[in-house]
Ligand binder design. Structure first.
Ligand SMILES: Cc1cc2nc3c(=O)[nH]c(=O)nc-3n(C[C@H](O)[C@H](O)[C@H](O)COP(=O)(O)OP(=O)(O)OC[C@H]3O[C@@H](n4cnc5c(N)ncnc54)[C@H](O)[C@@H]3O)c2cc1C
Length: 440
């Protein structure tokens, strides 16, 4: 903790986005003083925590909701995170090799997975196509009681599971090891407001005022709230989507099993995998439910939600377009039911039978207080729900990031983009070769 109140760069939010940026600035630039402000007592405790997300390194190979172009983009950033983790000896500790697959069920999906495999294998040469015989050996539960044909494209020996919370903590530890740098981490410090004063941005909190030449806001769903308070990002609205999980009482799955995606639906289909932080448990999910708050399981002001959503005609048009589609309406209704105690596991198990046909309702339980919140962004100008990340750049040395899935996988790629913007603005050097040599 520093007594200094001026920094070249200040980062608001100690999730994986903010901590990855802290590490990147400390290791790959000549910027001397960097501060990170996190409102809770530890970093990586909100959506980045292993209990909040699906713990998947999204490479684009098994995510059937990604196009080939998106897969190429995420693969590059996923590789960066893998390289970082292995370089620091976290293989088997924070990042794990878990067999992964995209499962096709029924004639239509089988044909789809075969075609997708042919399209994707040149870029992901380690991928294999597994027929029923191969799957019966790899994951027998997928076959027991199965009537429809199935197939999967998958890989056995790739890093696919990550404890992003542990990685976030490691970014801070490793940033603090960089010599000749002043890296200051302020925990239990919530930035309440930001203002410009001269050529600096002032951050206000209970500990007083802090000043920075450049500020990056990586505050999850709160990023847009802070942007709106400063008069930026009025063209965006934030729709927080909670995602819950169900536990299977026994270790029913050994692999990450993703399922085929209805292209109309805005979020990835339900999947199952062994939990990294709870021994002998498989998790299924996440569900998707719009929630009127910016943070799950913690008190949060309804007015903050309203400010961040800033409902108007454009937002209502997006809701109307979503709700007029039968498939999306049904999806929203089902996901609402999955939250209702008493009926939720009987309903959710119907969806799970696509993965494990013989699974019964009494073999699963709702995972209480597990699953975070995705700050999905609505572009009010295009009147569209955006499915990936969004960035608000300003000309006053402030950036606001909104990072729903796969934001944890992409943390170093996003940090690279912001680092270049910061270095350009502050006329500091980005050690691009060192970054490339170590992380690409
Ligand atoms: C159900 C679910 C499943 C997911 N699965 C995956 C997955 O498998 N793979 C993947 O790559 N991604 C996944 N994601 C997305 C991933 O979790 C997020 O993209 C990632 O955690 C975002 O990190 P972040 O640092 O931007 O935000 P967060 O982790 O939300 O961190 C933001 C931080 O900012 C702090 N903060 C907020 N306001 C302030 C303030 N005013 N002052 C100071 N600090 C503040 C918060 O306390 C918090 O620590 C999933 C998300 C969900 C919800």
């Amino acid at each position: 903790m520093s007594n200094n109140h001026y920094f070249q760069v200040a980062i608001i939010g100690g999730g994986i986005s903010g901590t990855a940026l802290l590490y990147t600035l400390a290791r790959y630039t000549d910027i001397k003083s960097i501060a990170l402000f996190e409102k809770y007592g530890e970093v990586g405790s909100v959506n980045t925590n292993a209990k909040s997300n699906s713990q998947t390194l999204h490479c684009g190979d098994i995510e059937t909701n990604y196009t080939y172009e998106k897969a190429k983009k995420v693969k590059r950033t996923a590789n960066m995170l893998e390289k970082y983790a292995l370089q620091h000896g976290y293989g088997g500790e924070h990042i794990h090799k878990v067999t992964k697959m995209a499962l096709g069920v029924g004639d239509e999906e089988v044909a789809y997975i075969k075609a997708r495999y042919e399209e994707f294998v040149p870029f992901f040469p380690y991928m294999e196509l597994w027929d029923e015989e191969a799957l019966a050996e790899i994951e027998p539960a997928l076959l027991e009681g199965r009537k429809e044909p199935i197939i999967a494209m998958g890989a056995k020996n790739e890093y696919s599971a990550v404890d992003f919370g542990a990685i976030a903590k490691s970014f801070v530890t490793n940033a603090e090891k960089e010599s000749k740098k002043e890296v200051s981490v302020f925990l239990d410090t919530e930035i309440k407001a930001m203002k410009t004063r001269g050529d600096k941005t002032v951050l206000q909190c209970d500990k007083g005022e802090f000043f920075a030449d450049f500020v990056v806001v990586d505050a999850g769903a709160h990023s847009l709230l802070l942007a709106h308070q400063m008069g930026f990002g009025e063209e965006y609205s934030c729709l927080p989507i909670g995602g819950s999980f169900f536990y299977a009482k026994k270790n029913i799955l050994n692999s990450k099993v993703y399922t085929g995606q209805n292209p109309k639906l805005p979020f990835a289909a339900v999947h199952g995998d062994p939990d990294l932080v709870k021994d002998g448990i498989a998790r299924f999910g996440p569900t998707a439910l719009a929630l009127p708050k910016l943070e799950r399981y913690r008190a949060s002001h309804f007015l903050d939600f309203l400010n961040s959503l800033s409902p108007d005609e454009a937002v209502l048009k997006v809701f109307y377009d979503l709700l007029k589609d039968d498939d999306i309406r049904d999806y929203i209704f089902r996901n609402f039911i999955y939250e209702i105690p008493g009926i939720r596991r009987n309903e959710f198990v119907k969806e799970l039978k696509k993965i494990i046909p013989n699974i019964k309702a009494d073999e699963i339980e709702f995972a209480e207080n597990i699953g975070g919140l995705r700050p999905q962004v609505i572009d009010k100008v295009k009147k569209k729900l955006l499915l990936g990340e969004a960035k608000i750049e300003t000309d006053i040395g402030v950036i606001f990031n909104m990072t729903p899935s796969p934001g944890a996988t992409s943390c170093l790629g996003n940090a690279e983009v912001d680092t270049k913007l910061i270095c350009d603005y502050l006329k500091q050097e980005f050690y691009a070769k060192k970054f490339k040599d170590e992380l690409e």
